[in-house]
Design a protein. Structure first.
Length: 152
C-alpha cells in the first residue's frame, strides 16, 4: 500500500513540534506558579471545560490583535494626508473613524474613503469592518465623547 505524504510534511512536523514545546513551557509555568493570571485562567477554563468563557477570551484576544492593526493600517493608507481631527471607537465588529476635514478638502476625503475600502477588503474575513464619518470644519460638530482622539 502506498503512503501519501503532504508536500508540507516537514513544515507541519516543525509547526506541531513548536506547538508542543510552547505547551510544555506553559505547563511548567503553571506547575511552578510563574504563569501570569491571564494564562492561568485560560488553562483553567480549558481544563474545567468552560466554553463560554473560552469563547469570550478568544474574542477579546482577537479584538486586542485586530483592532490595533486596523487602526494602524487605516492611518498608513492616508499616506501622510491626515485630516484636521481624527478619532476612533470600536465595537464587536466595527472600527469607527470620525474625521474632520478642512472645508472642500476633497483630496483628504478621497484618501479616507480609499483607506476605508482597503482596510475593509483586508479585514472583512476576520469579521471586522471600518465605518467612517467624514465632516468638514464648517459643520462645527464636536468629536463624540466615547471616541478616542488620535489627531486634534
Amino acid at each position: 500500500m502506498e503512503t501519501k505524504t503532504s508536500p508540507h510534511t516537514s513544515t507541519n512536523k516543525a509547526w506541531f513540534d513548536n506547538l508542543i514545546a510552547m505547551l510544555r513551557v506553559d505547563q511548567l509555568q503553571l506547575e511552578t506558579r510563574t504563569a501570569d493570571d491571564k494564562k492561568t485562567q485560560f488553562y483553567n477554563n480549558l481544563i474545567v471545560g468552560n466554553p463560554l468563557k473560552i469563547a469570550a477570551d478568544v474574542k477579546s484576544s482577537i479584538q486586542e490583535t485586530i483592532v490595533p492593526q486596523i487602526i494602524i493600517e487605516f492611518i498608513d493608507n492616508l499616506k501622510g494626508n491626515m485630516p484636521r481631527k481624527l478619532a476612533v471607537d470600536y465595537n464587536d465588529s466595527k472600527v469607527l473613524f470620525w474625521a474632520e476635514l478642512n472645508d472642500d478638502d476633497e483630496r483628504t476625503e478621497d484618501q479616507l474613503i480609499m483607506s476605508e475600502a482597503k482596510v475593509n477588503a483586508k479585514f472583512i474575513d476576520a469579521g471586522y469592518c471600518v465605518s467612517s464619518t467624514i465632516l468638514e470644519a464648517s459643520d462645527n460638530v464636536k468629536i463624540p465623547a466615547h471616541y478616542q482622539t488620535i489627531v486634534e
